[in-house]
Design a protein around this ligand. Structure first.
Ligand SMILES: NC(=O)c1ccc[n+]([C@@H]2O[C@H](COP(=O)([O-])OP(=O)(O)OC[C@H]3O[C@@H](n4cnc5c(N)ncnc54)[C@H](OP(=O)(O)O)[C@@H]3O)[C@@H](O)[C@H]2O)c1
Length: 310
């Protein structure tokens, strides 16, 4: 039987995804009609991006699952018209891209590369960094992305602590959870990486109190979501030297408005939400596998817990 799959993402994504999705569905043994337009009542699955024009799921009465192309679901998880299962994206390309963004920026700050890139201006200023094993790095969020980054950094020898909602066990990583775990994880975080989803429980997680719990001069890397950090508290902590530097990939408003103080702050590096992109070839295989599962009566993978919001 042929399943009808609606591609509901920005038109520009269609060019990138049409061929990889059709190939992956074929390879998964799924006979599919993949299109950008269907009568809603004929749709079996929706391949979805939250910036799609589809915001009312009520007419999609036959739809068995909404398969998100993005890892973050904060813009769709609260949609009360969505009663179907929602799967988020867990993709090799997304994970590897994030691992590269994070390790590159951890090494930048660990090694103090900026001093040499900006130039020592004739001073033979030989500052030897500690070895990685003497550099505590904390990863907030130990999911698909955070745990891969934690493993990679531990593999480079860093002293890695991971923090999550529930208990985890990752070889070579000190795994903490809950409120007490957060205080402990922040107290040693010379470099902190935010890889939490944006939910009611994580919004403004890094507020003035928590920033004050970090070692003086700590570095923050935020490829998670902008609203995980209280912007004003971060700016105050940067100005006072409590936080030494922040590399921010994600913001409350994107693109980051031109007059936002982050752009000009000497201790902030802005990257334009590029830490990690969903890669069409590998992501299409993930989508196709979930369609295959749906058709075979097997449970979907990477389902979002609607109560937890991620
Ligand atoms: N900048 C970019 O280009 C980019 C790209 C992709 C993703 N992202 C962001 O990265 C985020 C993480 O992605 P992922 O795939 O790793 O997500 P994930 O697999 O769902 O992992 C989320 C992690 O956060 C933890 N967590 C959630 N709520 C928490 C809370 N209240 N307290 C403590 N820990 C909490 C979870 O704990 P448990 O393990 O206990 O459940 C889990 O370890 C996405 O939501 C998205 O916002 C950014």
């Amino acid at each position: 039987m042929t399943v009808n799959i609606l591609f509901a993402a920005k038109p520009a994504s269609w060019a990138a995804y049409e061929t990889p999705l059709k190939t992956a569905l074929h390879e998964a043994g799924v006979s599919a009609d993949l299109r950008r337009d269907f009568a809603p009542a004929e749709v079996d699955y929706i391949v979805y991006a939250p910036d799609s024009t589809v915001q009312d799921f009520t007419p999609y009465t036959r739809c068995k699952a909404v398969l998100n192309l993005w890892a973050g679901v904060e813009n769709v998880v609260g949609n009360t018209t969505l009663t179907q299962p929602l799967a988020r994206m867990v993709d090799h390309g997304l994970t590897q891209g994030m691992l590269e963004w994070v390790t590159g920026r951890v090494l930048r700050h660990h090694l103090g590369m900026d001093a040499h890139i900006h130039g020592l201006q004739g001073r033979w200023d030989k500052h030897v960094p500690p070895l990685a094993e003497d550099r505590p790095v904390t990863i907030l969020g130990m999911g698909a992305l955070g745990s891969a980054c934690a493993r990679a950094l531990a593999g480079l020898g860093f002293d890695v602590t991971g923090w999550s909602r529930s208990a985890h066990d990752v070889e070579g990583v000190r795994c903490l959870h809950g409120d007490a775990g957060l205080a402990q994880a922040l107290s040693t975080a010379e470099i902190a990486v935010l890889l939490l989803p944006l939910t009611a429980a994580t919004q403004n997680l890094l507020n003035a109190d928590r920033l004050a719990q970090m070692p003086r001069g700590a570095v923050i890397l935020n490829p998670g979501r902008g609203a995980l950090i209280d912007d004003d508290a971060l700016l105050a902590a940067l100005d006072s030297g409590q936080i030494g530097h922040a590399t921010l990939d994600v913001f409350r408003v994107e693109p980051l408005p031109g007059d936002h103080p982050f752009w000009a702050h000497p201790s902030v590096t802005v990257t334009p939400h590029l830490a990690s992109e969903t890669r069409p070839t590998s992501a299409s295989r993930v989508i196709a596998e979930n369609v295959r599962r749906g058709e075979a009566g097997e449970p979907f993978v990477h389902l979002v817990d609607r109560k937890l919001g991620y």
